[in-house]
Design a protein around this ligand. Structure first.
Ligand code: SAH
Length: 306
């Protein structure tokens, strides 16, 4: 082999090496952000479903900077917006759209209309994609989880339809349901902690959903959500905001034929199940994603150690 050929081969090898480095760097730039907001409840770590969010390689640098990663409880956090008020919630929804969590225009409109800032404890980050502790060993779910559940139930939340929110907590999702089904519809929230129900009523009263509460198409009750809420059954949509070890039979009974229930199932390892009731009363179940919710349990068990 003459010296020229050797040099050419060296150059080719060097180019290949540089190509590989560039490819690796590009891959890194399409940063895969492991979205796993983690929160402690019941002395255990709880986190929202893991989702991989990829940057579009054409993202502008300002978009890039907008995603502010920080560490908390050893997990990566995804700060969607540092603003407050309407700009904060708009930023939160815009980011959920940008990262492919929200694809529905209606869901985007509703989450923009109902200010999450009115539902989280004072001083906490309302527009960050993470669950927030609300006391009594409970949390308000992360915005992407609210968005996911709203989208899964969207077809059963048309004006005039009926929805049940079990484990209504802060009342945020219950309020979203009310905006979607309107004054002709009926929305019921049930939580077994009286203080949380009082708080959720106050939250709703400050929000754009207040008129539904006043006129009676939205109501929030203290009760064991595992029994559902018979008074306004059957429901087109049932959402369960806490993880059950098995599907409570009363909830299946209160689901309308043609209706849909979204419920996290499991203890440590949990999955978000979507249950469709066919017109003949039979049910079809599919798994949406892995999740981490606080348990659907008794009041004593939940408050243990409080
Ligand atoms: N979806 C709500 C709250 C989620 S936290 C939000 O985002 O604000 C789960 C809620 O389920 C808590 O408020 C807890 O009190 C409630 N919960 C747990 N077990 C329950 C039961 N058996 N009956 C009613 N509510 C229950």
């Amino acid at each position: 082999m003459n010296t020229n050929t050797q040099t050419e081969q060296q150059i080719i090898r060097e180019e290949t090496r540089i190509d590989k480095i560039i490819k690796k760097r590009k891959k890194k730039m399409r940063a895969q952000v492991l979205l796993c907001p983690t929160i402690t409840a019941y002395g255990r770590l709880y986190c929202a479903p893991r989702r991989l969010h990829r940057y579009n390689s054409s993202s502008s640098s300002s978009q890039f900077l907008n995603l502010n990663l920080s560490r908390f409880s050893g997990a990566l956090f995804f700060h969607m917006e540092s603003g407050t008020g309407s700009s904060g919630k708009r930023g939160m929804v815009e980011n959920l759209k940008r990262y492919g969590v929200i694809s529905s225009k209606r869901v985007a409109q509703v989450m923009e209309a109902l200010d999450r800032g009115l539902f989280v404890p004072v001083g906490s980050s309302a527009y960050v994609d993470t669950p927030v502790p609300i006391g009594y060993n409970a949390t308000i779910s992360a915005p992407h989880m609210h968005a996911t559940c709203l989208q899964l139930l969207e077809d059963k939340l048309h004006p005039g339809m009926r929805a049940l929110d079990v484990g209504s907590g802060t009342g945020y999702l219950t309020g979203c349901f009310a905006l979607m089904v309107g004054a002709e519809g009926r929305v019921v929230g049930v939580d077994h902690i009286p203080e949380l129900v009082d708080m959720s009523i106050k939250n709703i009263e400050k929000s754009v959903a207040a008129s539904f509460l006043k006129k009676g198409s939205l109501s929030l009750h203290v009760g064991d959500g595992r029994k559902g809420w018979q008074e306004f059954a059957p429901y087109d949509a049932i959402h369960v905001g806490a993880a059950a070890s098995e599907i409570p039979q009363p909830l299946l009974d209160q689901l309308k034929p043609g209706g849909r229930m979204v419920i996290p199932l499991g203890t440590y390892f949990q999955e978000l199940k979507v249950i469709d009731k066919n017109e003949d009363g039979s049910i079809k179940v599919h798994t949406e994603t892995s999740v981490r919710y606080v348990p659907l349990t008794s009041r004593v068990e939940q408050l243990g150690g409080f």
